[in-house]
Design a protein around this ligand. Structure first.
Ligand code: ADP
Ligand code: MG
Length: 514
């Protein structure tokens, strides 16, 4: 080989070296970026850690806070509101009962016809009506006249042909989802309006009186017997408990896990220290915990939770709800993906959509999490369509599924800890209660049912599985066998009408709650 040949060969070798170096450099950089992203995932996993030990701390904290909230007004972040519901449907109810549910946009009317013996398939008619916008800022009389007229039409239409004794009064359960201070099961003063309503002359008035007067004006004879009140997003726990108790007398608590989360349960009157002197025939009362506002230092909180809270309209409130409910899970996942995208380019340039709060809704998280196609096609489609992140490689799709899993698993396990907290407070967790020193093996747990409602629990199978799994881990297999989680459908409507029925039949027929 001549001189020229050597030079060419050397140049070729050098070029090959450079190319190799570039490839290696790229690979190293890619590996470093991937390492960073895995670091973010690991951090989230650690931050969301819910070992059984930690869950048991949450259980104890829930039971302790329940005590504190019952001891004094403002004694805990758990408001532990009295509902004055002191008896629950027993299943023996018979007849025709109505319910009216005034929600944010719609009001619903229901007619339920229980036939005794826990008639399982309850015959029912439901009608939903949009609340005309102008009535939301009009007068009390206008709003309730409209409701009363619709109800009259509904009642008359449904009863056409069937003989409803003219002299018999109809019972109506009324679910009213605005902050109300209740003084009995059938009276409550409106504290303030929320969700777009602004009828000033009604603030300070008794909600049930307003309805009753309108019904009289319209010539409809109805006794408004149960006002179910929840000063929060969720307003159906007591209805769910009522429906649960109708089907299963061992039902002692109800939990809603939907857009928001809340729980209620049956408490002994003598344990409600902040309200001494009220006697109930059953010796108990349903307490609306408003558990979405529960807080404990044992809750596993990440920087994403802190940011979400700080940017919310109600910082430092509804802390438990912000870790658990359907309104928030999607946004926690979005925040983690945003951070991953900012730390590396595995998701391409940071998509503006990733910066948009609440764009990734929880049902989409569920779809990605439960995508069982080999190439995770649904994940790719949701990332592309909703977050405008195209062409995501399989490895990265898997990572996204991981994030959904971590966030959902924590939510479900914390909800389970909350439920066991209630059971512990009322001595139904198999541990002998929080003051007893007895060991687990001495205590036999009574069969106990908890009614559950809400779109997150009913539609998201992985959430449900994680929740159920955590119940067994916390309670142990023997005790867990005695605890039954029963899904209720439309407790806020049907449950309210059944409450009307059980209140109508008060007296000897009233169910024992305790
Ligand atoms: P609400 O709580 O508003 O009364 P639902 O009980 O029906 O209404 O719950 C609705 C919530 O449930 C939605 O906001 C959503 O977060 C959640 N959800 C609904 N469908 C799904 C789904 N397929 N997967 C996961 N979450 C869902
Ligand atoms: Mg609901």
């Amino acid at each position: 080989m001549g001189k020229v040949g050597v030079a060419v060969a050397a140049a070729g070798a050098a070029a090959a070296c450079v190319a190799a170096a570039v490839v290696v450099g790229r690979r190293v950089r890619r590996r470093r970026k991937w390492g960073k992203v895995l670091g973010v995932l690991r951090e989230v996993e650690e931050g969301c850690e819910t070992s059984v030990g930690r869950l048991k701390q949450v259980v104890d904290a829930m039971a302790v806070e329940m005590h504190a909230g019952l001891a004094s007004e403002g004694g805990s972040k758990l408001r532990m509101l009295l509902t004055f519901v002191d008896n629950l449907p027993s299943g023996s109810e018979k007849g025709t009962y109505y319910a009216l549910h005034l929600g944010g946009t719609y009001f619903r009317m229901l007619r339920v016809k229980p036939e005794g013996q826990r008639s399982l398939a309850l015959a029912r008619d439901v009608e939903r009506q949009l609340i005309p916008q102008h009535l939301m800022t009009s007068t009390t009389e206008d709003l309730f006249d409209f409701i009363a007229s619709s109800l009259k039409e509904f009642v008359e239409r449904e009863e056409n042909g069937s003989a409803f004794p003219l002299d018999r009064r109809r019972e109506l359960g009324f679910t009213f989802s605005y902050p109300v201070k209740q003084t009995s099961v059938s009276s409550g003063i409106l504290i303030k309006w929320t969700k777009g309503f602004a009828i000033e002359d009604m603030v300070g008035k008794d909600v049930v009186d307003c309805l009753q007067q309108a019904l009289t004006r319209k010539g409809l004879s109805m006794r408004v017997s149960a006002l179910v009140d929840f000063p929060s997003l969720v307003n159906d726990t007591v209805g769910t408990l009522a429906l649960g108790h109708y089907h299963d007398a061992d039902t002692v608590a109800a939990v809603i896990i939907g857009t928001g989360t809340n729980a209620c349960y049956v408490e002994r009157m003598d344990a409600i220290i902040k309200c001494q002197g009220i006697l109930t025939s059953s010796g108990g009362m349903v307490v609306n915990m408003e558990w979405g506002n529960f807080w404990s230092s044992h809750l596993p909180r990440t920087s994403y939770d802190i940011d979400l809270d700080a940017n919310s309209p109600n910082p430092n409130e509804q802390g438990f709800e912000k870790m658990i409910s359907g309104m928030y899970l999607g946004d926690i996942v979005r925040r983690v993906l945003l951070r991953m995208s900012q730390e590396s380019d595995i998701l391409g340039p940071v998509s503006p959509k990733l910066l948009t709060p609440f764009i990734l809704r929880t049902p989409l998280v569920a779809s990605m999490h439960e995508d069982d196609s080999p190439d995770l096609a649904k994940v790719a489609k949701i990332l592309g369509d909703t977050l405008e992140i195209p062409d995501v490689p399989l490895k990265v799709r898997k990572l996204v599924v991981n994030v959904c899993d971590v966030v959902t698993r924590r939510a479900a396990r914390l909800a389970a800890a909350g439920i066991v907290g209630i059971l512990k407070k009322i001595g139904r967790d198999g541990s002998g209660g929080i003051t007893s020193g007895r060991s687990r093996s001495d205590v036999r747990i009574k069969r106990t049912a908890v009614a559950i409602e809400g779109g997150l629990y009913t539609n998201y199978a992985m959430f449900r599985e994680y929740l159920n799994e955590a119940m067994v881990e916390i309670l142990g297999e023997d005790a867990a066998e005695q605890v039954i989680l029963e899904v209720m459908e439309d407790g806020s409507g049907i449950g309210a009408s059944l409450l009307a029925a059980s209140h109508a039949s008060h007296g000897p027929d009233a169910a024992q709650m305790l």
